[in-house]
Design a protein around this ligand. Structure first.
Ligand SMILES: *Cc1c(COP(=O)(O)O)cnc(C)c1O
Length: 433
């Protein structure tokens, strides 16, 4: 658990920051205890405020695909910052990063930069509504798209899939414009489109749902979604904030060979700086101001320092053939963990897509939809989390968050995780008698 310095910092933080954190999951509410305050990162490790070193499988929730403090990214950031932190005017770096994104992502012709994944999805949805002249949007239970009002919506009850707010402060009338469907269910999609297809502006989906466990989808389901939206004149948005530049060079669109109408990005794109983006065909993107009548803007959008971090990161991924390397590491992880998982006193299996991984703590086929995740996993995960933390290994502080591999992770780091997990599982077996 956290050392004295982290504990003291958390007390100070709680006085001036709600819950002591600037994003709720960081508060460790799902696993209990005091969050570590981080002081320094290097490669696959970080150091906390008490000077303790941890092997990091959170990687800032995805951006650190090169590991912490990659020297080339740091140099690019320092050089850009030396020429000024922000201009609020066009700069060449924006074009470089836009060209890099357009070159990588299937079907993308134009892209606009924002400062977070939330802004990217929020803006993409406004664009979809503006371009189609329709109001309804569809999302899937178990997918996370940031915290804009119309996306903080969960499934209502009854046959009509009216959404209801999943957060206080979201007006019910907003949520009612969002339909929420289960993943992995063609019939539910068909029924909704039969009833309301002509009113649906867009369907937004994480093609590799990685915010509520790792709910890998059947290719046929995603293909069906693509065909159905196209037929109904609704735009398909792939939210690739996690999967973009990670599961393949061209994200899930390349991985699955499915081209969405719009795509959203974040995390890796900023190389550790706050950057998001949304993009699509020119014919859609021209609806945005100043060309079109869909308003969208940002004082720090296209920030030169952030653009430099993104350009450096995408360039290094390319040069290092990152996707092959990460797939190999992921394969190694599977093999390394297999003995510990087989010996565990409870069902546990690894779900993996490239460098994304998740421990599914239940028997049977890995879940493909949110309501197929067994309740009860959370309590078990809590023990696993703290057992690993005590051994100097950081997983996400929630059973529903995925783990991330980076190019800084080496096979011996994965062996270290396997050994620690074996010990923790054995400990838990002892407790269970
Ligand atoms: C992280 C994430 C977001 C939100 O991005 P922020 O930068 O945290 O606002 C949106 N969609 C997906 C798929 C994400 O993983």
């Amino acid at each position: 658990s956290a050392g004295p310095r982290s504990r003291a910092l958390f007390e100070r933080a709680k006085a001036v920051i709600p819950g002591g954190v600037n994003s709720p999951v960081r508060a460790y509410r799902a696993v209990g205890g005091t969050p570590l305050f981080l002081a320094k990162g290097e490669g696959a490790h970080f150091e906390d405020a008490d000077g303790r070193r941890y092997l990091d499988f959170v990687c800032s929730w995805g951006p650190l695909i090169l590991g912490h403090a990659h020297p080339e990214v740091l140099a690019a950031v320092a050089a850009a910052a030396g020429s000024g932190m922000t201009f609020g005017a066009p700069c060449a770096g924006e074009i470089d990063l836009a060209e890099a994104v357009v070159a990588r992502y299937p079907g993308l012709e134009q892209v606009r930069f924002v400062s977070s994944g939330t802004e990217a999805t929020m803006s993409a949805i406004r664009l979809a509504r503006g371009a189609t002249g329709r109001d309804l949007i569809v999302k899937f239970a178990g997918c996370y798209h940031g915290h804009a009002d119309h996306l903080l919506v969960s499934a209502g009850s009854g046959l009509v899939t009216f959404g209801r707010p999943s957060s206080a402060g979201v007006p019910a009338p907003f949520a009612e414009l969002t339909r929420v469907l289960p993943l992995d269910d063609e019939a539910a999609l068909d029924a909704l489109f039969a009833a309301e297809g002509s009113r649906i502006a867009t369907v937004i989906v994480e093609p590799v749902p990685a915010n509520n466990g790792l709910l890998l989808q059947r290719l046929e389901f995603l293909r069906h979604l693509r065909a159905l939206t196209a037929r109904a004149g609704a735009l398909l948005i792939f939210d690739e904030v996690i999967s973009g530049f990670r599961v393949a060079r061209g994200g899930a669109a390349e991985l699955y060979g499915i081209t969405p109408d719009l795509a959203t990005f974040g995390k890796i794109l900023g190389g550790g700086m706050p950057v998001g983006a949304f993009g699509g065909r020119r014919e859609l993107m021209r609806h945005l101001a100043p060309e079109g009548d869909v308003y969208q803007a940002g004082t720090l959008s296209g920030n030169p320092v952030a653009m430099a971090a993104g350009i450096a990161t995408l360039g290094i991924l390319e040069r290092e053939r990152a996707w092959e390397e990460l797939e190999e590491l992921g394969g190694y992880l599977e093999q390394a963990l297999a003995p510990a998982f087989a010996a565990a006193p409870f069902p546990v299996q690894l779900v993996r897509q490239g460098s994304l991984f998740w421990m599914s703590l239940q028997a049977g086929a890995p879940p493909r939809r949110a309501d197929a995740i067994a309740s009860g996993a959370a309590a078990l995960y809590k023990a696993i989390f703290h057992g690993l933390l005590a051994r100097g290994i950081a997983l996400a502080p929630s059973a529903y968050e995925v783990g991330f591999l980076s190019l800084a992770h080496r096979p011996e780091h994965l062996d270290q995780l396997a050994k620690a997990l074996g010990e923790v599982f054995a400990e838990l077996a002892g407790e269970r008698g």
